[in-house]
Design a protein around this ligand. Structure first.
Ligand code: PEP
Ligand code: MN
Length: 355
């Protein structure tokens, strides 16, 4: 791998930015220069082939945009990255010296496509970033990583870009942070960067999502930027100018996962022990609760009554919401927690009824 690429790959945070799509040579070159001037950006991105939801939209300039990226690199010294979805696109990108490739969310969902890309990568020394699939399926994401790894690619990174959801929500793609956290836990050796642009779908909340990603110890960002965002040929609403990007990055609070201060470690250790202690107590109490549920199960069995009594369940939830509200626990959490407790309780009662 080339020295400039290696440096960018190892840098933390690694910042990738550039337009959703390469549109004209002028736009690519101007974006690259303005991005380089921010002092933040390590790699320039641009979509050359665009997977669009419906036909008739702008589907990318195609291979003719690749020399523009080469030119952008020459002008700024920034390594460049493009999205690839087919074997031919991999070959074209490599012919024009693209430094890092990425596999898009709509490709990660399809094992045939991922395999085709992986086959084209065999024997090539190029880093590859893999976006999460559009649907919340960690196995599919992992499968894509394995296919690329089996093709012999050593440098693989992950991009968290959120997951499709039905209906209108705050986000274009729901971040489902817990899935990113779980993927990181399973693959501690892989870097994971965050894509606030495709999570948000709009510029006003990019900073909030980016801060959240830093707080979760992500390794960097891929963020879309455009010299004239409102007139971008794709994803206009979520792009920002290179100058706005710099402002946003300047304002984020950059936290580290760890520091070596002894005082900090001692204080943290004490608090963690308290948490362990409370967790133990919670488990004990939950176990007692299940024993009570089993007793109720016995009464139900002797009187031939169904396990689930909807009225009673509603009453439990209403009480819990009211109490949770006073105690500063969100309704969302209380719902999830009681659903889990309720299911476990039903399982315990079922065992009694079946015995
Ligand atoms: C993109 O990065 O422009 C893109 C198409 O993103 P995604 O694959 O996340 O939809
Ligand atoms: Mn885009």
């Amino acid at each position: 791998m080339k020295e400039i690429t290696q440096q960018a790959w190892n840098k933390r945070p690694m910042i990738i930015s550039g337009p959703c799509s390469a549109e004209t040579e002028e736009q690519v070159l101007q974006t690259a220069q303005r991005l380089a001037a921010t002092g933040w950006v390590d790699v320039m991105r641009a979509g050359i082939w665009k997977p669009r939801t419906k036909p008739g939209g702008f589907e990318g300039v195609g291979a003719k945009g690749l020399p523009w990226m080469q030119q952008a690199k020459k002008l700024t010294g920034l390594p460049v990255t493009v999205e690839v979805a087919t074997g031919k696109q991999v070959q074209d990108a490599l012919t024009f010296d693209v430094d890092i490739l990425w596999i898009g969310a709509r490709t990660t969902v399809n094992p045939f496509s991922v395999q085709e890309v992986a086959d084209a990568l065999r024997g090539v020394d190029v880093p590859v970033l893999i976006k999460n699939p559009v649907n919340p399926d960690l196995e599919l994401w992992t499968g894509a990583v394995e296919r690329v790894a089996r093709a012999g690619i050593k440098q693989i990174g992950l991009i968290h870009r959120g997951f499709s959801n039905y209906g209108n929500t705050e986000f274009r793609n729901a971040p489902m942070w817990q899935l990113a956290i779980e993927m990181k836990r399973r693959n501690p050796e892989l870097m994971m960067i965050n894509d606030p642009s495709h999570i948000c779908g709009r510029r006003d909340i990019l900073g909030d999502v980016a801060q959240r990603a830093i707080d979760l110890d992500m390794d960097g960002f891929i963020i879309e930027s455009h010299i004239d965002p409102d007139n971008a040929w794709s994803d206009a609403k979520q792009q920002v100018t290179p100058e706005r990007l710099k402002e946003m990055l300047d304002h984020l609070v950059w936290r580290k996962e760890d520091v070596s201060s002894e005082e900090y470690h001692a204080a943290l250790e004490k608090l963690r022990q308290q948490i362990n202690h409370l967790d133990d107590e919670l488990m004990q109490i939950l176990s007692q609760r299940m024993k009570l549920a089993e007793k109720i199960g016995e009464y139900k069995k002797n009187n031939n009554i169904t396990i689930l009594q909807t009225n009673r369940w509603n009453e439990i939830l209403e009480r819990a919401f009211a109490k949770g509200d006073k105690l500063g626990l969100s309704k969302e959490f209380v719902t999830k927690y009681f659903d889990a407790v309720h299911m476990e309780s039903i399982n315990h009662q079922k065992k009694v009824l079946d015995s």
